[in-house]
Ligand binder design. Structure first.
Ligand code: FAD
Length: 389
């Protein structure tokens, strides 16, 4: 096994690093979970797109550079190491785009992907409903056939950044007579400002207003916005879920950069006699490196034509627990200063650790809860009998 990067990969890394050094501002953008921050991040997406750094692994015709998944991982490492702004377009780029590459039509790809890559159209995910989270197949929102398209009715909830986004993708029950919950679902894209659609912001733990629930009352969607065949929505959705739990939503660069910052924090701030805390720092750093190596192994397997399927649940449990450990350890190391709000003058690293910790607590919930991922690992990877539901 060769763990070295090729000359072309090293050159790509150097080019990405040089661009990021020249373009990432030292002053942070406001949180992308606020109206002001959302607009500022949209501008950042435009700047990335203008120099073709927005979607490096996509084909050039959609604004990418057509580079390999490994080069995408390299770009992500550099991106997080440069402390570049969070990607406000991540739902579109990481979840909808892989779905369109697998199940979309050429027309849908040509129409949807370029404005997604440039930040002109920002997407929200509309899957969860009040009674259908873990048991997503129980969703009740409906898509009813009409001339030239579908009429959507129902309620979606916990839609990240839907308060400010432009469009959403979601699952709807198109055949209420189907004898089982999985068949009869259809995967559709729709505008968030459509007649009949109400977006109501939902409060988050940190008070940021971007989360929302959606109320749909007879919202028209044309046939061209159905992804895959009507009634095949579950199969299409499962490919999105694999992207969400697996690599694309949480590339290792995010965690290796946080681990490097944590190690620096230990060297600068910690009491060297506190060996218990030192061991936790070491564990978190090793965890980030292990995730990185596992990601490289997965990418090598994908490049060899394999798919990672249910193994994405392993990724999900690992990165979500690692994220909490990294942030919890940093806060314990910082003591009371770590608790300061991000706009407080003395807040270490602009309050990034405290803010990151609050967000990390959601990791075991979104993208499918860890209890459900453990069931998938037990049943599909370890071959254990089905648990009682
Ligand atoms: C920060 C954040 C962002 C999110 N963003 C989005 C988004 O953009 N779009 C979207 O559609 N959704 C989003 N969600 C919703 C998320 O996907 C759901 O919260 C999640 O799927 C769990 O569903 P639920 O909240 O209905 O909990 P429930 O399904 O009611 O689960 C409650 C608890 O019971 C456990 N449980 C349920 N069934 C079982 C079982 N069979 N075995 C063992 N344990 C079980 C769960 O693991 C959990 O601990 C987001 C959530 C969060 C926290």
């Amino acid at each position: 096994m060769d763990l070295d990067f090729s000359a072309a990969e090293n050159a790509f890394r150097a080019e990405a690093r040089a661009w990021l050094t020249a373009h990432v501002s030292t002053s942070r953008l406001p949180s992308l979970e606020t109206a002001e921050g959302f607009a500022a991040h949209r501008e950042w997406e435009r700047a990335l797109f203008a120099d073709r750094w927005s979607v490096v692994s996509w084909p050039e015709e959609y604004g990418g550079r057509g580079v390999s998944l490994l080069q995408w991982l390299i770009f992500e490492e550099e991106y997080y190491a440069a402390d570049a702004p969070g990607r406000v377009s991540q739902n579109g780029i990481n979840l909808l785009a892989p779905t369109l590459f697998e199940h979309g039509t050429p027309e849908q790809r040509a129409r949807v992907l370029p404005p997604m890559a440039s930040g002109e159209v920002i997407w929200a995910q509309a899957w969860s409903e009040p009674e259908a989270g873990s048991d997503l197949a129980r969703l009740r929102s409906t898509a009813q056939r009409t001339e030239g398209g579908w009429r959507l009715t129902g309620q979606k909830t916990w839609s990240s950044r839907a308060a400010f986004a432009d469009r959403a993708f979601g699952l709807f029950r198109s055949d209420p007579a189907a004898d089982k919950p999985h068949p009869g679902l259809t995967y559709l894209m729709f505008p968030l400002d459509a007649p009949g659609l109400t977006v109501r912001p939902l409060g988050r733990l940190d008070g940021k207003p971007a989360f929302a629930e959606l109320f749909l009352d007879d919202v028209f969607v044309p046939d061209e916005d159905v992804i895959g065949a009507p009634g095949e929505g579950w199969r299409v959705a499962m490919s999105t879920a694999g992207s969400e739990r697996g690599l694309t939503l949480r590339s290792p660069g995010r965690f290796t950069a946080a681990a490097d910052r944590l190690a620096r924090l230990w060297r600068d701030e910690a009491d060297p006699a506190d060996t218990a805390l030192r061991d936790r720092v070491a564990d978190a750093v090793i965890g980030a490196r292990a995730y990185e190596l596992f990601a490289y192994a997965s990418v090598s397997r994908i490049a060899a034509g394999e798919s990672i399927g249910a193994e994405s649940s392993l990724n999900k449990v690992f990165w979500s627990e690692l994220d909490i450990a990294l942030h919890e350890t940093a806060l314990d190391l910082l003591g009371p200063y770590g608790e300061l709000a991000d706009d407080a003058a003395d807040a270490p690293a602009h309050g990034g650790w405290a803010e990151g910790y609050t967000f990390s607590l959601a990791g075991p919930i979104y993208a499918g809860t860890n209890e459900i991922q453990r069931d998938i690992i037990a049943e599909r990877l370890l071959g254990l009998p089905k648990g009682r539901r």
